[in-house]
Design a protein. Structure first.
Length: 186
């Protein structure tokens, strides 16, 4: 249902959103290649081009942050995010299941394979580079992670590994990608 606060879809925002997606995917691809996960970098976030995600993203285009946040403010939830997280294994939200044998199912995070943790790391670095062009430095992805407190929603092992990668990047910068390629730092 539309309300008076919902933004209009414009050609200008379609172009901007497409440029943002393409730029983000290019950076993730570059980082993934340096980490040794070429294929994941190549297919990263292809669902963003699907009509379900693309048109919503263009309508709520922000430029300096995810359009999903704007959709949430207006609609109460993000349909684009619901679609995206269920199709992209580099998001920790994809890795949830529920426990059996209890009176009611309890949703719980499960461990992510390392290759998806590495892709998530590359994704977070690239998102910071895109959305914080003039203000980005190598400490930003770690600071953002700590500020958002999402580790409580991830499997503890996944959170530990992701944070270790973000710390490595904060300390070593671009060299972190080459270190990851040589072996996942535990």
């Amino acid at each position: 249902m539309k309300n008076g606060n919902e933004p209009r879809l414009t050609v200008k925002n379609v172009r901007r959103h497409l440029r943002t997606i393409n730029s983000h995917r290019f950076l993730v691809f570059k980082h993934c290649c340096r980490c040794g996960i070429f294929w994941q970098g190549l297919v990263h976030d292809l669902s963003k081009y699907s009509p379900r995600e693309f048109w919503v993203g263009a309508r709520y285009y922000q430029g300096d942050r995810s359009p999903n946040d704007a959709e949430r403010r207006v609609a109460g939830a993000s349909s684009a995010w619901m679609h995206h997280k269920g199709r992209n294994r580099h998001h920790y939200e994809y890795w949830t299941d529920y426990k059996l044998g209890e009176k009611e199912p309890v949703y719980t995070p499960v461990p992510m394979p390392n290759r998806y943790i590495v892709e998530m790391f590359c994704d977070r670095v690239a998102a910071g580079e895109i959305y914080h062009k003039g203000h980005f430095d190598q400490t930003y992805p770690l600071e953002y992670y700590d500020r958002c407190n999402t580790d409580r929603l991830m499997h503890p092992e996944t959170a530990r590994k992701l944070r270790a990668l973000l710390v490595l990047y904060a300390e070593k910068g671009e060299e972190a990608f080459d270190i990851v390629r040589k072996g996942f730092p535990e």
